[in-house]
Design a protein around this ligand. Sequence first.
Ligand code: GLA
Length: 364
Amino acid sequence: MSPGAFSVTAPGRVNLIGEHTDYNDGFVLPMAIERSVVMEVRPAADRRIVLRSTLVEGPVDIDLTQPIQAGRQDWGRYVAGVVAGYQRLGWQIPGFTATLSATLPEGAGLGSSAALEVAVATAIEKLCHRSLSLVDKALLCQRAEHEFAGVPCGIMDQFAVTLCQEGRALLLDCRSRAIRQVDLTSPQIAILVVHSGVKHALVDGEYAQRRKQCVSACRMLGVRSLREVSLGDLNPNALPNLEFRRARHVITENARVQAFVAALEARDWPAAGVAMCASHASLRDDYEVSCPELDLLVELASHIPGIHGCRLTGGGFGGCVVALVDAATAETARAELVLRYRQASGLGQVSFLTRAAPGVSVTL
Ligand code: GLA
C-alpha cells in the first residue's frame, strides 16, 4: 500500500424484525451481514475526490474547492451528500482517491446505500484525524440520503452499518436512540437471506406515502407518534380503515420486536419464528408493502423443515426475505427454498447464510 493508504469495510444489514417502525419512533432489530462494500483509500495532493467502482461505470469526481450541490443522479450523490455534511460542520476535507468493490448486492434492500455513505464518512474521518460520535456519524449519513438521494428513510440502516457488533443484533429504540446488543452467537441457529429477484418500480413513492399515512393517523389520533398509542387505545371508529391498518401494523410490530428478543434470549427459536411470520402477515395485509414474490417465498419457507420463521426484510415491494433457521440443516434448507422458489416463479436469485458481522471498520 502507498503511504497513508487504508481500506474501509462497511457491511450491509438485514433487519430481523421491526419493519417500518423506525420513522414511527418504534423498535428495530437489524444485524450487519457478511456482505460488504470495501473502499481502498489513498490520500491525494490536490483538493478533489476521485472514486472508482469495480461495479458501476464512470468515476465520481468531486471538486472540494466548490460548494457541493444536491442534484446528481449517479451513485456519486451518496458520496456528495456525505462530503457536504462534513463541510457543513466546517471540516476541511483533504483530497483522496478511492476504489470501491463490493460483495453486497446493490438494490437488494440490504442497505447498500447506507454502507456506501458510512464508508465515505469513515474515510473522511480517518483522513481528517478526527471523528464524530457514532450516532452523529449515522445521522449525518441519513441526512445525506434525504437531501442528496431524495429518500426519506428512517435511521435504521445507517445506525446498523455504524453500530452493529459481531455476533449481535442491534435492538434500537428509535425514539430515545437507546441501544441494546442482543446475543446471536448460539451455534443452534443461522440467518438465511434470499432475494426475490424483483424490485417494485414505485418503491420510493410508496415508501414516502406510508410515512405520510402514519403522520395522518397520528394527527387524527392527536399524538406525536404511533409509539404513544397502545392496541387497546386504537379504536377502529376513530380512523379511516387505511390509517387504522397502518397504525395497527406499527403498534403490533413494536410488540413483536419485544417478543422476538425475549424468544431469542430464551433460546425459544419456534417462538421467534412465530413473531417473524406474524410480522410478514402484518406487512402484507395491514401495511401493504409486500408483493406476490415475497409472499411466495414466505409461504414456501413455511413448509421446509428447519426454517423457524421467514419474513420480508427492509422497505418491501421486492428485495429479500430473512429467515431464522436451524444451523444443523441450514444449507439444505437454503438450497430447498431456492429450488422450490425457482420452480414456482422462474426466478433464480442470490441467497446466502450469514452470521452477525461487525459494523464499519478501518484496516491500515
Ligand atoms: C428502508 C429504510 C429504513 C426503514 C425500512 C423499513 O430500509 O431505509 O429506514 O424504514 O425501509 O423498515
